[in-house]
Design a protein around this ligand. Structure first.
Ligand code: NDP
Ligand code: 8X3
Length: 265
C-alpha cells in the first residue's frame, strides 16, 4: 500500500529555490508537515507561504548553512522544538531531503579555484553527512522513513570544467550506498535521485550571477523543470515501506550526456 505522507514531518534542505522549493509545494499537497532550511530567509518565507496554500499540515522555516556544523546543529535544535521537543521528536521525522548544493564555476583543473572546489565539496558532500548525522536519531525505525539525497548525472558522467562537481556528486552517490549498508535492518530507506539538465537557479549560481550565460544554457534545450523532480521525490517517498528506490537517473529527452544536449531551433 502507498505510504501516506499526511501529517508526517518532512525536512528539506535548500528549500529556497529550484528542486527544494518545488518539493516543498509537492509534499505540502500530500498534507505533510514541513521543516525548510536554506540561507536566503526572504525566499524561504515565500516558499513557506506557498506550501501552506498548497495544503501543508504545517510549514516552518529556519536559516541553514549546510557548510557549517554549528548552523546544522542550531537548525536541528530548532527542528526538534517544532516537532514537539527534544525527546518527543525522536522517531517523528519521516522524510529527509538532502537537496542543498550546486556547482560553482566551469574552470578546468588547470585553472581551478580553491574557493569553488571547497564550496562544492562542503555543500554537496559534507553538507549531506552533517545533516544526515543530525537527522538520524529523529528517523523512525520500521515505519517507512526515507532519506532522499539529490545527486546528479554528474556522478555518472564526466565533462571538462566539472571536476569538483562530478567528484562531489560521485561522493553523494557513494554516501547514499554506504548509508544503505549502515542502516541495514532499520527499515530506513535511502535513495539517490539524480537529475540531468534542469532549469532552476543552478546555472545562475554556477556562472556566478551571469544571467545571459545561464539563459543560454537552457535556451532551446527543453530541460527538466523543478516540478518534474519534486513529483518524483513524492513518488519515491510514497512507495510501500518495504520498497526502496535505490537510484534514479532522470534526464530531459534531449540530453544524451553531460554537456551533450540537443538544442531545438
Ligand atoms: P538552485 O540553485 O535553484 O537551488 C539550490 C538550493 O541549495 C537553494 O535553495 C540554495 O539556498 C541551497 N543551498 C546552496 N548552498 C547552501 C548551503 N551552504 N546551505 C544551505 N542551502 C544551500 O538549484 P537546484 O534546485 O537545481 O539544485 C538543488 C540540488 O540539485 C543541488 O544539490 C544540485 O547540485 C542538484 N542538481 C541540479 C541539477 C540542475 O540541472 N538544476 C541537476 C542535478 C542535480 P540558499 O542559497 O538560499 O542557501
Ligand atoms: C547538473 C547535471 O547535466 O546539467 O547536476 O550537468 S547537468
Amino acid at each position: 500500500m502507498k505510504f501516506s505522507l499526511k501529517n508526517k514531518w518532512v525536512l528539506i534542505t535548500g528549500a529556497s529555490s529550484g528542486f527544494g522549493a518545488a518539493a516543498a509545494t509537492a509534499f505540502a499537497a500530500e498534507g505533510a508537515k514541513l521543516l525548510l532550511g536554506a540561507r536566503r530567509i526572504d525566499r524561504l518565507k515565500v516558499v513557506t507561504a506557498a506550501a501552506k496554500k498548497a495544503g501543508a499540515a504545517a510549514a516552518h522555516f529556519h536559516p541553514l548553512d549546510v557548510s557549517k556544523t554549528s548552523s546544522v546543529e542550531t537548525f536541528f535544535d530548532w527542528a526538534k522544538q517544532k516537532i514537539g521537543g527534544r525527546k518527543s521528536a525522536v522517531g517523528k521525522l519521516h522524510v529527509l531531503i538532502n537537496n542543498a548544493g550546486g556547482a560553482h564555476g566551469v574552470d578546468t583543473v588547470a585553472n581551478g579555484r580553491d574557493e569553488d572546489w571547497e564550496a562544492m565539496l562542503q555543500t554537496n558532500v559534507l553538507g549531506i553527512l552533517r545533516v544526515t548525522r543530525a537527522a538520524l536519531p529523529l528517523l523512525p525505525r520500521d515505519d517507512g522513513a526515507s532519506i532522499l539525497n539529490i545527486g546528479s548525472l554528474a556522478a555518472r558522467a564526466a565533462y571538462a570544467g566539472s571536476s569538483a562537481y562530478c567528484a562531489a556528486k560521485a561522493g553523494e552517490l557513494q554516501i547514499t550506498r554506504v548509508l544503505r549498508h549502515e542502516l541495514f535492518g532499520t527499515g530506513i530507506r535511502v535513495s539517490s535521485v539524480d537529475p540531468g539538465l534542469a532549469e532552476t537557479e543552478f546555472a545562475l549560481v554556477r556562472f556566478k550571477g551571469d544571467v545571459k550565460k545561464a539563459k543560454e544554457l537552457y535556451a532551446g534545450a527543453n530541460p527538466l523543470v523543478a516540478a518534474d523532480i519534486a513529483e518524483i521525490l513524492v513518488w519515491v517517498a510514497t512507495r510501500p515501506p518495504h520498497v526502496n528506490i535505490d537510484e534514479m537517473l532522470i534526464k530531459p529527452v534531449d540530453q544524451a550526456d553531460m554537456g551533450k544536449v540537443f538544442k531545438r531551433p
